[in-house]
Write a protein that binds this ligand. Structure first.
Ligand code: NDP
Ligand code: OXD
Length: 323
């Protein structure tokens, strides 16, 4: 029997990796993406010849220096390793499509973090921590999850996964987005009226919005003033969405109960920031949903494979919307 000849091995394609990671992180990503797509050779800019730079149609990026991207004249699209694109949108050349990381594993990690912090607030853990510091033995009533309304701002990959997880845990969930959404078990709304309704009713407000012109400062002093007395906030989106000074004022007045903050206008949070020592604030160092190298590499590698096979660029960010 004559065997069908094997197809010739596909040629390796050099893909620039433009980033501001340290050497260890660079090596980890290169190994993972090359393992997921053996026909890709990921190279930092410093390792590329002039010809390779001049001809590269696609690059993998992680918080790249914009000047370095401008040094790739044939670039048609970039695959970001992160979900948020607020720094890429204004600085990436206009003709270059921005593809962000959309990974179900990332959404599941975010949903887990939202649930963990919602439960922490729901079961009054910040209050018991304060009591412990005062050596105070005092029990408080436990409310049912159904009796606790959680407002989730942002119903995208992160927000929808978080809302599902909260609803599955028995919480009453309201979701808010730019356009109307239909999500089982979640009351959804959009627009200015929808936001007011979510703010007024939420016992816990979860922010998983992208940072854009429209969301910058959205949770202003006026928005915070609409919230219920004793409500709490979880910000896992971006720091600049919340007016930090106004939030501090509301916490100091006792109008808001507690804030769990994972993202800040300036990161790392400066040591001099008053947020660090505030007893009604829990600070997390941007760890709500870290990119999973293994799953994200498989997604980036598959996007590259399809592009080199068919010329198909994955769905890109809408630059006008900013996300
Ligand atoms: P998506 O683009 O999938 O979803 C964004 C959501 O926000 C959509 O529902 C969108 O509405 C809504 N939205 C955007 N602008 C507005 C607006 N002006 N008014 C009302 N709703 C708006 O993003 P992801 O869910 O993947 O990620 C969201 C953000 O989470 C990221 O941009 C990043 O900043 C942050 N993030 C934080 C992490 C962490 O570890 N802290 C990890 C990963 C992400 P619509 O559906 O109508 O378009
Ligand atoms: C992201 C993040 O955008 O980690 O991926 O915040």
């Amino acid at each position: 029997m004559t065997r069908k000849p094997e197809p010739p091995p596909a040629a390796t394609t050099i893909v620039p990796f433009v980033h501001r990671l340290d050497a260890r992180e660079e090596a980890v990503w290169i190994a993972a993406i090359e393992a997921a797509n053996p026909f890709v050779a990921l190279r930092p800019l410093s390792a590329l010849t002039v010809e390779e730079r001049d001809s590269a149609p696609v690059a993998i990026v992680a918080n790249p220096d914009p000047a370095e991207l401008r040094g790739l004249p044939a670039l048609r699209w970039v695959q970001s390793l992160w979900a948020g694109v607020e720094r890429l949108v204004p600085h990436t050349p206009a003709q270059v499509a921005i593809v962000r990381m959309v990974d179900p594993q990332l959404a599941a990690t975010m949903a887990e973090a939202v649930l963990a912090c919602a439960l922490y607030l729901h079961r009054d853990m910040p209050l018991y921590a304060r009591q412990q510091r005062a050596r105070l033995w005092r029990q408080h009533d436990v409310r049912s999850a159904a009796d606790r309304r959680i407002g989730v701002l942002g119903m995208g990959e992160m927000g929808a996964a978080a809302a599902h997880r909260l609803a599955a845990n028995g919480f009453s969930v309201s979701g808010w987005s730019r356009s109307q959404k239909r999500i089982d078990g979640v009351e959804t709304s959009y627009g200015a009226d929808g936001l007011t309704r979510v703010l007024r009713r939420a016992d816990i407000l979860v922010i998983v919005l992208p940072l854009t012109e429209a969301t910058h400062g959205l949770i202003s002093a006026a928005a915070l003033a609409q919230m219920k007395h004793g409500a709490s906030i979880i910000n896992f989106g971006r720091g600049a969405i919340v007016d930090e000074a106004a939030l501090l004022a509301r916490l100091d007045e006792g109008a808001l109960q507690h804030a769990v903050l994972d993202v800040f206008a300036v990161e790392p949070l400066p040591r001099a920031s008053p947020l660090w020592k505030h007893e009604r604030i829990t600070i997390l160092p941007h760890i709500a949903a870290p990119t999973n190298v293994e799953t994200a590499s498989r997604i980036a590698a598959e996007n590259l494979r399809l592009y080199f096979r068919d010329g198909a660029i994955p769905m890109a960010v809408d630059r006008n919307r900013g996300y």
